[in-house]
Ligand binder design. Sequence first.
Ligand SMILES: Cc1ncc(COP(=O)(O)O)c(C=O)c1O
Length: 360
Amino acid sequence: MTIALARKSLDLITPYKPGKPIEELKRELGLKEVIKLASNENALGPSPKALKAIQKTLRDLNRYPDSDAHLLKKKLASRLGVKESMVIAGNGSDEIILLALRAFVEGGEEVVVANPTFLIYEIASRVAGAKVIEVPLKNFRYDLPRMREAVSARTKMVFIANPDNPTGTYVTRGEVEAFLKDLPKEVIVFFDEAYFEFVQEKEYPDTRKYLSKHSVIITRSFSKAYGLAGVRIGYGISNPEIIDYLNRVREPFNVNSLAQAAALAALEDRTHLERTRRLVREGKNYLYRHFDELGLRYIPSQTNFILVNVGDGKPLYEKLLKFGVIVRDMGAWKLDAFIRVTIGKSDENKRLIRVLKKIL
Ligand SMILES: Cc1ncc(COP(=O)(O)O)c(C=O)c1O
């Protein structure tokens, strides 16, 4: 549906459709036991330390949050070995994507994205009135040489999800360095590292190294490994000039006080982070083994989710719902043969496999 009143650039946008909420499925099908393996959340829940910090902050909810997220930025900066002026907190790392486009991309300028990849790059670029140049994946991986070729004099930003969603694949240090070589400083390279904490590969690049020579923005999230998706918090790292412009276009109180307190505490809970990583590692091996047994092909993943080829994704997705298992249908990415499965707790993974065996 289009109406004449709306901005033209919005006509090409399909609203983002998130994974189905547990309560919605319970309501629709009258189910009692539902598991959700659809949105790459942390199956262990938030860190107990974060919960305690939230509880302590509740009594100050009459106060506005710290607009500057000073304590959090200070701790992040010290962990990351950068200056505090090189960090910005966001209402989810999603918000940093929006801020970057708002600050740097004028209507009609070009943004280069992979296809398929995280859908927000395209949606937010179109909202900004940018022209979106899409470069197909190659063997389910970002094709950085072709993305480099797609950069023109009108290109303002290139989005690189590393690791990528929905494939779970990553680009190597060598590939990134070849991409950055001779890239004009007028082009901002946006490294989205929402799944950074799960990566195990040695060839995965430390993108902080590129901050001084290139126009680079790096984002990370508290929604995945830190289990805080519900309060919405993520952060960006860049040079102080770029961060300054991001601050000019952000709302003054973009990150609420519960989120700031929770993130600060979560950073102190290394045990929870390690438990999370172990759960994902072990769950991934379990699921790989059983997908192999079922003859299902999948893309090896550096994240807490797996893209699985099931032949025809949509009907299987629907059947799984009937058994109270929510996975992600890949229709919006045009990956019709696939479903995407978030790695859950051991009993959740087992239930998924039991139901798959029944259906298949
Ligand atoms: C690649 C990627 N980037 C960013 C995000 C958004 O994360 P946040 O919850 O920090 O906004 C997601 C969430 O699924 C993601 O998959």
